[in-house]
Design a protein around this ligand. Structure first.
Ligand code: SF4
Length: 119
């Protein structure tokens, strides 16, 4: 199987970061880790009859309930160094980007393969 290396361009995160679901395992892990900051940005859909979670969508502003324009966990290198604020459009500027929740990011993000950087 071909290997690929993430070059941290951030395009996948900017383009698809608000179109992914959370898995049951993601939700359980975030609960165990006490990551209310993440859970607060997850829209949970429950079966009205049983109360069971049937879906969990990402990412929603906890104050307005609206979907973010792009994933709120994206951080650009210059931002990390405190040099520049993110622009309102969210378009990649060419800076390297980082995931602020890398260690516990959603399974969909972990499984993503960028075909552009296959070797
Ligand atoms: S959670 Fe992290 S890896 Fe997933 S889209 Fe957001 S910034 Fe990218």
């Amino acid at each position: 199987m071909a290997e690929w290396k993430c070059v941290q361009c951030g395009k996948c995160c900017f383009m698809y970061g608000t179109m992914i679901p959370a898995t049951d395992q993601d939700m359980e892990r975030w609960e165990k880790e006490g990551r209310n900051d993440i859970l607060d940005r997850t829209k949970v859909i429950r079966d009205p009859a049983t109360g069971r979670i049937i879906a969990a969508e990402l990412w929603f502003d906890p104050y307005t309930g609206k979907s973010y324009a792009y994933c709120p966990w994206i951080k650009r290198k210059k931002e990390r160094a405190g040099l520049k604020q993110r622009d309102k459009s969210g378009n990649p500027s060419g800076d390297k980007v980082y995931c602020q929740i890398h260690d516990t990011k959603p399974q969909y993000c972990r499984d993503y393969i960028c075909r552009r950087h296959l070797k």
